[in-house]
Design a protein around this ligand. Sequence first.
Ligand code: SF4
Length: 295
Amino acid sequence: MNSNLCTICPRECNIDRTNQPSFCGANSLKIAKAMKHFWEEPTISGVKGSGAIFFSHCNLKCIYCQNAEVSHEGIGKTISVQKLADLFKQLEQSGVHNINLVTPTHYANEIIEALNIYKPNIPVVYNTSGYESAETIKRLKNYVDIYLCDFKYFDNNLAKEYSKAPNYFEACTTSLMQMRKNQPNDIIENGIMQKGLIVRHLVLPTHSSDSIKVLEWVKTNLGKSTIISLMNQYVPYYKALNHPVLKNRLKPLEYKRVINKFIQLGFINGFSQEATSASCEFIPDFKEDTQEFTY
Ligand code: SF4
């Protein structure tokens, strides 16, 4: 068996991606930006910011992606595992509340190697699209403190059309269960999360019924104390600009319907967003001359 064959994520490409093109586009470790991030959930960003590392490439191909230059085109800089470990230290020394690994899935092996070199004394956040393999999540047990996980779709037809992931529901839900096993308790100290799981869901235009099914699944399988972040920030972007459904903005009533269901289902922990968050100004600038940290 060739251990270089990649099966890190549910696509299970089973190829040596160092010499063959992969679905995600990833080859060796590459990052697009490291920055203090102030626009995550308040328990993650706090007042000092979250130490975000945006990884290049992605194993989803969302047609509405706001960071397509990074996720689809793969802009960024190839770095060594040692440099990534050094970056953890650099971010930690800058005073941020946590190390926030954004779209980390396809580099899970390198992230584990880097955390074996240097494990910061602040929480490590695994900020993922939810298209994960439960096996990979299991391997992260002793490395990740907080899972910040999207649950994008209940209906796999939407996952297939919008993100090219026809088995998204199964992959995301089995991985969420494993994340909960890895971190069974949500621990928040002085308003800042130390351990646990936050389930994120972006409400899409015309699909509030799918959002409601997502909430019902979470209540049944993870319980009503689960922390849910209901995102109101959808902006038509990238290929969605020409899509008959996704070229539209989310209507306030659609978002309200989902929030009402959240309350009706008895959830007690969660975040909602003001309509003003649906703006391109919250998308990071990935140009190199805006880099705050060196790597
Ligand atoms: S991480 Fe990339 S190469 Fe590996 S299985 Fe997933 S899509 Fe394929």
